[in-house]
Design a protein around this ligand. Structure first.
Ligand code: PMP
Length: 322
């Protein structure tokens, strides 16, 4: 679907994926005016196909676009585009635990100019790709980045825009150099508080049965999985806190047992148990570093059962594709 000022949204079509022409002076190629979403279509036990809370993706897409000074894509265009694509690609939705059709809606600035200003022409597209689970069934290890932060107050941390990821690739590479699977970012002011990981939010379980996760203060992405887990945790009688988490407290707490479990959450990761955090000065290990904690596993089961249609859906999150 294309947008231009005056004409509005037009030219909707579904085609086989193929390269498309773009002018070398298109704004996106120089200034990164681009936003995207990540979602999954699941094959349910019943044989039907569904997405998970797609209205939330549509809403966040609009918020990201607003932050990047881009035109707002109406929610019904977003929803129709995703539903239609999944309907046409229904045979590509894989069967099997953890498997899904990953969906990538995105919008780029296609207007041609070289000055620095918001564009007035955009192209919105959705691509689809079958995927297996992001991580295996064990625990992930996480490198705490002390060299780079992901987002500053007033920046674009709360938006899902390509530039955030471009800026964090080097930290992701650092994490691999240190033998870890993922990177954890700290706040940019004091490098003291946990923010989020390269492509997922992070949560901790304390010994008082409180699930704690950093608050949405504008520098982390408001994860849709994060929101779902906070609600499911409340349903299950856990105390839930959105509060700053100091990294030193996590390292001390892992040693004393105050912090019992940690996990990453997001569309790709769903819920991925964290076995250990490493940083320049040492390591924080949960349990034996390999065995997922029981509360993490229980939350994962509840969430994946809802997503796969194995249990009832008390919050109305499963969106059937007709
Ligand atoms: N933080 C970042 C930086 C992400 O890229 C993602 C994935 N979209 C998340 C958190 C988790 O968000 P969601 O649960 O909506 O996928």
């Amino acid at each position: 679907v294309r947008y231009s000022e005056g004409r509005g949204w037009h030219d909707a079509r579904i085609t086989a994926r193929k390269p498309f022409p773009i002018d070398p002076a298109a704004a996106v190629l120089h200034y990164g005016q681009e936003v995207f979403e990540g979602m999954k279509a699941y094959r349910l036990e019943s044989g039907g196909i569904a997405t998970f809370r797609p209205e939330e993706n549509a809403r966040r897409f609009q918020a990201s676009a607003a932050r990047m000074a881009m035109a707002a894509l109406p929610q019904d265009i977003f929803m129709t585009a995703v539903d239609e694509l999944v309907r046409i690609d229904r045979d590509w939705v894989p069967t099997g635990e953890g498997k899904s059709l990953y969906l990538r809606p995105f919008m780029i600035a296609t207007e041609v100019f070289l000055g620095v200003k918001p564009a007035s022409e955009y192209l919105f597209m959705v691509i689809a790709c079958p995927v297996a689970g992001y991580f295996g069934s064990g625990c992930v290890s996480v490198w705490v980045s002390d060299a780079y932060t992901r987002a500053a107050p007033g920046g674009t941390g709360a938006a899902k825009c390509g530039g955030n990821y471009a800026a964090s690739l080097i930290a992701q590479r650092d994490s691999q150099t240190h033998g870890c699977d993922q990177v954890l970012f700290l706040d940019s002011r004091e490098q003291r508080y946990v923010e989020e990981m390269g492509g997922m939010n992070v949560m901790f379980l304390r010994d008082d049965n409180t699930l704690v996760t950093p608050p949405l203060t504008g520098t982390i992405l408001p994860g849709i999985t994060r929101d779902a887990i906070l609600r499911l945790a409340r349903d299950q009688g856990l105390t839930v806190e959105e509060a700053p988490v100091a990294i030193d407290e996590v390292f001390e707490g892992a040693a004393t047992g105050r912090y019992r479990e940690a996990f990453a959450c997001g569309t790709a990761a769903v819920i991925s148990p964290i076995g250990s955090f490493r940083r320049t000065q040492g390591e924080a290990v949960f349990g034996d570093g390999k065995t997922p904690g029981p509360v993490t596993l229980a939350l994962k089961k509840t969430l994946t059962d809802i997503q796969a249609g194995r249990t009832n859906d008390p919050h109305g999150w499963v969106h059937m594709i007709g």
